[in-house]
Design a binder for this molecule. Sequence first.
Ligand code: ADP
Length: 343
Amino acid sequence: MNEVTQARTAACGTAASSLACGDIKARLAEEDRQIAQCMGRVKTKLLVFSGKGGVGKSTVAANLARFLASTGRQVGLLDIDLHGPSIPRLMGVGHQAVSVRDHLLEPVRLDDHLALMSMGFLLSSDAESVVWRGPRKGSVIRQFLREVAWGDLDVLVVDAPPGTGDEPLTIAQTIGHPAGAIIVTTPQDLAVDDVRRSVTFCRQVNLPIVGIIENMAGLVCPHCGQSVDLFKKGGGESLAQEMETRFLGRIPIDPAIMLASDQGQAAVDGRCPNAMAQIFTGVVQILDHQNAHTGPRSEQLLGAVSPSAVEPRLTIAVPVADQRLSPHFGHCPDVALIEVDQP
Ligand code: ADP
């Protein structure tokens, strides 16, 4: 078995079906211990979320990670978008063979300060797709948190897929504290409506929100210099006000950002401040404040994530007819709901 195959086997996990309930509980407890140990070496976790796809979430995550690394911090960038991993292209590393050492996946190192892990590194080609249901996805994300040799990090930036499904839930419940969410939206109502749900999601899972970024806010015409509000303007800022959270700033539509992303280059350069750099400077100030202060105020900025904030019970729907088990889930006249403890 070559190293990539080993890595892929490791990432896909082993079948749990043959394990008894007690074995599963013990295995999960051991995994939790390993995650706590691995994530305990990460000073701060920043989760980049959006309720909507295509709003520039991965672009923000990739450039935020580069920016933080350029300040001398040790940074990890974890891509948990298992179905559409963009980080390999955005970071210009393409397809990489991931090696395994001492049973841990070695992250792909961009330089001395920035380490990357993505499902994209574990697939055999850019065309290969992942077809998994929720539990398997959760298990892979847990493996990324405990079986990657992240080492000591100042910040782990996580690029989550859009929405409020299995992946954001698993990461929010598992990653440990201190952690905070950066939420990306575009200004138009269609995006804002979905992103509002991301804010609610963060509150439901007790994940502090660092702030909202409004991306693709206006395009400056390269010919006449006039600003055209292609997707309107101000939607992200209004959402921040409405949801009483911090507005981190606005990034215009800039063809240079798209080109840099396609070429796997940085769209933000510390020596040449642009809107993105200004926003990230604000994020660095928040991190510095967090590190300098302990107590209730910093807990508000990047506080503890409490897994108990989400109902830990599982509801199972059983199809019934005349109070007996029905074989037709789609056509049964009744459904019995049974609540069980999660294993
Ligand atoms: P998401 O992760 O939300 O799905 P991406 O980060 O993949 O979105 O961005 C979608 C596309 O938009 C990419 O081609 C990216 O280069 C481009 N893009 C993102 N932000 C901007 C921007 N401010 N100006 C121009 N293009 C952008």
